[in-house]
Design a protein around this ligand. Structure first.
Ligand code: FPP
Length: 258
C-alpha cells in the first residue's frame, strides 16, 4: 500500500484534521480562455475529484467544499442551471466511488431550495455512506453561515421550550451540535483560491481557530502540488490557542494533543 504522506513528504502528526475550501475563480479561468463560465465549473469539478481523493489518501479527517452559496441563487438562470446539472452529474457518477472509498458524505446548507431530484440523489448518497468510517466529505450547497447559525439558534430555542435543556446549560458544544457540521472535527485550515481575501459567509462559527490561506491560483488550476504545498505550510504554523509558545513547546514534547 502506498504511504501518501511519505510520497508527499508530509508529517502525518502535523496535518490539519478538517480543511474547508472556497473554490473560487472558475468564471475567470473560463473567461481567460474565451470559454463559457460553465466550462470553468466543469474543470472545477475535476479538481474537486482530485483534491478529495488526495485528501483521503493523506489522511485528512474532514474536507468541506463550498460549491454553491445562498447568494449564488442570484446568478443568471443558465449558470445556476449549469452548476445544478454538474452537481447531478457529479453525485451520480461519484456515488459508487464515494461509497467504496469509505467516505462519509453530507451536504450542508439549506437544501430545501434545491430541486427534488437533487435532494433525492443527496439523501441516497448520505444514507449509503452513513456507516462508512473514512473521510468526511461535506459539500456546502445553498449554504450561508448566517443561515446555518440562525437554524442552530432555532433548534436550541425549540429544545429549551420543549424542556430538553436549560437555558443556562447552553454552551459551545450544545451550539455546535446544532450546526450543519455537527460531529465533524474543528476546522483547522481554510483555503480560498483566486486571490480574493474574503470568507464570504462560509463556516463563520467554525473559522474561530482555523489557519487562513489565501492563494492566487484559480480553482480550476488548483492541483495536487498546490494543495500539498499549502498543507505543508499549515504544518509549519504554530497554533497557540491562546497559550504561549513555551506552553505549546512543552505540550509537543509531552506528545499531548490539544
Ligand atoms: C466560484 O467561482 C465557484 C462557484 C460559485 C461554483 C463552484 C462549483 C463547482 C466547482 C462545481 C460543483 C461542485 C461540486 C462539489 C460537484 P466563480 O464562478 O465565482 O468564479 P469567478 O469569481 O472567477 O467568476
Amino acid at each position: 500500500m502506498i504511504n501518501y504522506c511519505e510520497k508527499w513528504d508530509l508529517n502525518p502528526l502535523l496535518l490539519p484534521r478538517h480543511i474547508g475550501i472556497i473554490m473560487d475563480g472558475n468564471g475567470r479561468w473560463a473567461a481567460k480562455r474565451h470559454l463559457p463560465r460553465i466550462a470553468g465549473h466543469r474543470k472545477g469539478v475535476e479538481r474537486v475529484q482530485e483534491i478529495t481523493e488526495l485528501s483521503g489518501n493523506i489522511g485528512i479527517t474532514a474536507l468541506t467544499l463550498f460549491a454553491f452559496s445562498d447568494e449564488n441563487w442570484r446568478r443568471p438562470e443558465d449558470e445556476v442551471g449549469g452548476i445544478m446539472g454538474l452537481l447531478r452529474w457529479y453525485i451520480r457518477k461519484e456515488h459508487k466511488r464515494i461509497v467504496d472509498n469509505n467516505v462519509q458524505f453530507r451536504v450542508i446548507g439549506d437544501r430545501r431550495k434545491l430541486s427534488m431530484d437533487i435532494i433525492e440523489l443527496i439523501e441516497e448518497l448520505e444514507q449509503d455512506t452513513e456507516k462508512n468510517t473514512g473521510m468526511h466529505l461535506s459539500v456546502a450547497l445553498s449554504y450561508g453561515a448566517h443561515g446555518e447559525i440562525l437554524r442552530a439558534v432555532k433548534k436550541i430555542v425549540d429544545k429549551v421550550q420543549e424542556g430538553n435543556i436549560f437555558k443556562d446549560d447552553i454552551d459551545a458544544c450544545t451550539f455546535e451540535s446544532c450546526l450543519d457540521t455537527q460531529g465533524l472535527p474543528p476546522l483547522d485550515m481554510f483555503i480560498r483560491t483566486s486571490g480574493e481575501y474574503r470568507v464570504s459567509n462560509f463556516l463563520l462559527w467554525q473559522l474561530a481557530y482555523a489557519e487562513l490561506f489565501f492563494d492566487d491560483v484559480l480553482w480550476p488550476d488548483f492541483d495536487s502540488e498546490k494543495f500539498i504545498s499549502l498543507v505543508r505550510q499549515f504544518s509549519l504554523r504554530e497554533r497557540r490557542f491562546g497559550m504561549t509558545s513555551e506552553q505549546i513547546a512543552q505540550k509537543i514534547v509531552a506528545h499531548k494533543h490539544y
